[in-house]
Design a protein around this ligand. Structure first.
Ligand code: AMP
Length: 228
């Protein structure tokens, strides 16, 4: 009963934006600051691929080519993750929904849980810069902290600022060719969701070309209004 009450009150925040807009970076910061749980369908799919599950095997080639994995697979993965008890603290959806079918499925999933979308925040960026942003990024294999060759290198080269780890990872799909396909998929299939959420009265836009702290402050303002 208590869990049900908590789940009903749990805020749902959506970060929209093309690959490289900073959704993952900001979702992690929001998770640290507010305790909301970052739900990244990209991370869930990469985990499924690494574990060799049926969903992972079906998704692998599509992800490598920069296309969108089928709605059925992604909705099932997201729905299962939403059922975990930690989501009662509130969630930040990072990379989901990416199609109108997914957005409609999310509406239904939330309705059955007595939840609603508090805010859908569109991170607005200049497409031309996304290839540079994505091509240079890497993460710490130990704690997942994100870095960039040009914009955010570790203070001591080769060592994570946060956990001291020395094992860094680059995503296989963060290369110039695949980024082109990922941006095209964003414009064709995901950008229409901006009007979808505008129509529902939950959309906010944020200029996401500035520095990470300024964008974080804009998000904090929007979220405090949306969850008041
Ligand atoms: P991301 O980590 O969000 O950049 O996602 C990496 C890749 O996973 C994408 O290029 C897609 O192939 C796949 N993916 C992640 N989320 C979704 C989604 N909501 N719908 C379809 N495919 C997705």
């Amino acid at each position: 009963m208590c869990a049900e009450i908590a789940a009903q009150a749990a805020p749902v925040l959506i970060l929209l934006g093309p690959p490289g807009a900073g959704k993952g970076t900001q979702a992690r910061l929001l998770q640290e600051a507010h305790g909301y749980v970052q739900l990244s369908t990209g991370d869930l799919l990469r985990e499924a691929v690494a574990n060799g599950t049926a969903a992972g095997q079906a998704a692998k080639a599509v992800m490598a080519a920069g296309g969108l994995v089928s709605d059925d697979i992604v909705i099932a993965i997201l729905s299962e993750r939403l059922d975990q008890p930690d989501t009662a603290q509130g969630v930040i959806l990072d990379g989901f929904p990416r199609t109108t079918v997914q957005a409609q499925a999310l509406d239904q999933l939330l309705q059955t849980r007595g939840q609603r979308i508090n805010a859908a925040i569109s991170l607005e960026v200049d497409d031309a810069q996304m290839v540079t942003r994505i091509s240079g990024r890497f993460t710490c294999g130990g704690c997942g902290e994100g870095y960039h060759d040009q914009f955010k290198a570790p203070a001591t080269p080769g060592q994570c600022d946060k956990c001291g780890g020395t094992d860094f990872k680059r995503r296989a799909d963060d290369n110039a060719e695949t980024v082109g396909s990922r941006l095209a998929a964003y414009h064709a299939q995901t950008a229409p969701l901006i009007s979808y959420y505008e129509g529902k009265g939950v959309l906010s836009g944020v200029d996401a070309m500035g520095d990470i702290a300024a964008i974080q402050a804009s998000l904090a303002n929007i979220i405090s209004r949306a969850t008041a």
